[in-house]
Design a protein around this ligand. Structure first.
Ligand code: SF4
Length: 190
């Protein structure tokens, strides 16, 4: 079964979000925050085009935006915000609207894109970048063998959950449920 990179990101945030996507689809309201996020991404792309590569610790390169990536081997697809091609390799970049330290779900989302880029170009990706929009900070994520294994295991866990139609436990982090668009469908959260 083909899964999306965003499924991995959401599963690590709360597995029920993926359950509500595939096993018991429910209506999901598009929030103003989501719309605003799209506009801000476009503006950032515009500004990125004028910048150098110093924040990525690279001397030069070519930026490619909103690339559709697909791997039959991994059973995964997604659209990557940006990647940089240069002599020393290929590096994925995801833009994030957070001023806090990036979450594990963001880190593994980037690892998924690195694995898809490896399939696309046939060469290893050593690291990638999370660009934190509010503070204009760049956070480096190393693509370790353990991180790749964790992504493969997460893909298997998602497929198993869907095949068995098993309703997962809530993440036990009330702050996540407080802002969640699926809150009405989870009767057991406060
Ligand atoms: S309300 Fe909480 S448990 Fe339910 S989907 Fe959202 S984050 Fe997960």
């Amino acid at each position: 079964m083909m899964l999306k990179v965003s499924d991995v990101k959401q599963f690590l945030y709360c597995p029920r979000v993926v359950y509500f996507t595939y096993v018991m689809p429910v209506h999901r309201k598009v929030t103003r925050k989501m719309e605003y996020g799209k506009e801000e991404h476009l503006e950032l792309e515009r500004l990125e085009k004028r910048r150098g590569f110093r924040s990525y610790d690279l001397s030069s390169g070519e930026r490619r935006y909103r690339t559709k990536l697909y791997s039959e081997r991994l059973g995964m697809e997604g659209v990557l915000d940006m990647h940089i091609m240069c002599g020393s390799g290929c590096f994925p970049v995801e833009f994030k609207h957070t001023s806090r330290h990036p979450g594990l779900n963001h880190k593994y989302q980037l690892v998924c894109y690195a694995m898809l880029l490896e399939d696309r170009y046939g060469k290893p990706v050593r690291h990638g970048y999370l660009y934190l929009i509010p503070g204009k900070r760049v956070h480096v994520v190393e693509m370790t063998p353990n991180a790749r294994t964790f992504v493969r295991k997460t893909l298997s866990r998602i497929r198993l959950m869907i095949a068995r139609e098993s309703f997962p436990a809530a993440p036990g982090r009330p702050a996540r449920c407080f802002e969640c668009e699926y809150r009405n469908y989870c009767a057991d959260v406060g």
